[in-house]
Design a protein around this ligand. Structure first.
Ligand SMILES: [Zn+2]
Ligand SMILES: [Zn+2]
Length: 473
């Protein structure tokens, strides 16, 4: 092995699909030292994949530090498991992500506890205590402020429109006498966000010799192909006197949908007297955080709520569920329908011809949202062991997606002037393959790789060295 090959980094994806994000990065220094860090450590959200959540496939006590791109559960949800299994080092992220983590991880512990109860083994993968221990390790960082992790590593967080607090994370790894190995993690990426004031990325970042680990969730579709059908569908259902059930993600999507409903009211498409109910404790908590300025949102966007929104508690939920024939809008968690009060509202309205169930984001395989997608009108769908005839209108839209579409990702990647390697992550396998070709043709980096579970990529300051089978332990 030549001198240059003694300084390299191995990039692995523990789970390179759309859920359970976790990258393990091992640096080998010329003096023989080895250093490992992880970027994100998320939970799986497909039901039948629950077992995946138990195993980490690496030794947490060997990890030197952790970086968190943003606060979605599929990126942070297993950090407490890491801590429970012996991780005791800094977790770096932005201030808003830290605020989100405090709320979100507590909720995950609650969900895991109740799931464990239902399984009758009473063994959640972590508890509130692990969450508290995790939060003790979190250090929040300013955007564009270079943090010296240690003598070999600098970390910088950059603006990312995916979510409040979301970041692109740059890791610069150096060693005396060697060129730097620079890796940029996109986490989930979107170029803009109606709630956020985003600073453009600095030119020096665009000029850096770089490996980018990029998401590719919507790598199969261009922004011009996205149909905007949500407003029309909602307006039509309300005009016919029906009920609209809108499953939303608690974080980001709920606030975005409420803002849109307010706009529809202000533009007289929706009568103010049609009740808008908001259900889901976590969503309500995030909505309040957004409203009261806990998150760094634009001043003019703090007033995003329709004036007469009603927050629903358990008792009120029961009476709403009984009043099936009245015209109303219910905005409820969870976004894929498998958790939260959506589990009550969907079965209540699925056999109602006058109702519209409108999903507003990506639905992972195995979730109720995806199952409904695969159930034609009039057919039976099974929800928690009970069969229901699907008579309601069930609609999906990608228009609110917090992810850049293929053309937008390409445009983003094209801005970098010195791309050694683009590694595609966070996408379904066929999508990653399809998108890889496009990146090769339209971005033309030195190399493109597809992160998989069975192999990893070795890179040095000049780009790709090898791709090898993964051995986690
Ligand atoms: Zn995300
Ligand atoms: Zn994600």
């Amino acid at each position: 092995m030549g001198k240059k090959e003694r300084f390299y980094v191995d990039v692995m994806a523990l789970h390179p699909q759309v859920t359970g994000s976790c990258n393990i990065i091992t640096t080998r220094f010329p003096d023989g030292r080895k250093s490992i860090f992880v970027t994100d450590c998320g939970l799986f959200q497909g039901r039948e994949e629950e077992d995946y959540n138990k195993e980490l496939f690496f030794k947490p006590e060997n990890i030197k530090f952790s970086l968190v791109t943003h606060g979605h559960t599929d990126h942070i949800g297993r950090l407490p498991l890491m801590v429970r299994k012996g991780y005791d080092n800094p977790i770096l992220t932005t201030r808003d992500t830290q605020s989100i983590m405090a709320v979100s991880l507590k909720d995950s512990a609650k969900v895991l506890k109740s799931e464990a109860k239902k399984r009758k083994d009473n063994k959640p993968i972590y508890t509130d205590i692990d969450v508290a221990n995790t939060m003790q390790l979190v250090k929040s960082c300013e955007f564009e402020h270079k943090i010296h992790m240690n003598e070999n590593v600098d970390v910088t967080f950059f603006n990312n429109g995916h979510l409040y607090g979301a970041a692109l994370v740059l890791v610069e790894i150096h060693y005396p006498g060697e060129e730097n190995i620079n890796i940029l993690f996109t986490g989930d990426y979107k170029q803009d966000n109606i709630f956020l004031d985003l600073k453009p990325l600095p030119q020096w970042l665009y000029d850096l010799p770089l490996t980018i680990v990029s998401e590719s969730t919507y790598g199969y579709v261009d922004s011009s192909e996205i149909k905007k059908n949500f407003s029309d569908n909602v307006i039509e259902c309300i005009r016919n006197g029906g009920t609209v059930v809108i499953p939303v993600f608690a974080l980001g999507r709920m606030q975005e949908i409420l803002y849109l409903l307010k706009q529809l009211q202000d533009e007289s498409y929706l009568p103010y007297e049609i009740p808008i109910y908001v259900d889901g404790d976590l969503g309500i908590e995030y909505t309040n955080m957004c409203k009261t300025g806990v998150f760094n949102v634009k001043e003019e966007m703090k007033d995003f709520m329709p004036p007469k929104v009603v927050y629903v508690d358990k008792t009120m939920r029961n009476s709403i569920l009984q009043d099936k024939d009245s015209c109303k809008i219910i905005v409820t968690t969870s976004g894929m329908g498998s958790f939260g009060p959506a589990q009550a509202y969907i079965p209540a309205y699925i056999d109602n011809e006058n109702a519209l169930i409108h999903f507003t984001g990506y639905t992972v395989e195995g979730t109720l949202g995806r199952r409904l997608k695969d159930t034609p009108k009039g057919e039976i769908v099974e929800i928690r062991g009970v069969g229901y005839r699907r008579l309601a209108k069930v609609e999906y839209t990608s228009e609110f997606s917090a992810h850049a579409k293929a053309d937008e990702l390409i445009e983003f990647l094209q801005k970098f002037n010195h791309l050694n390697l683009v590694l595609l992550n966070h996408g379904e396998q066929p999508v990653k393959e399809m998108f890889a070709k496009r990146v090769m043709d339209e971005v033309n980096p030195k190399n493109v790789g597809i992160l998989g579970r069975q192999y990893f990529f070795r890179i040095n300051p000049y780009g790709l060295v090898a791709s090898k089978p993964t051995r986690f332990i």
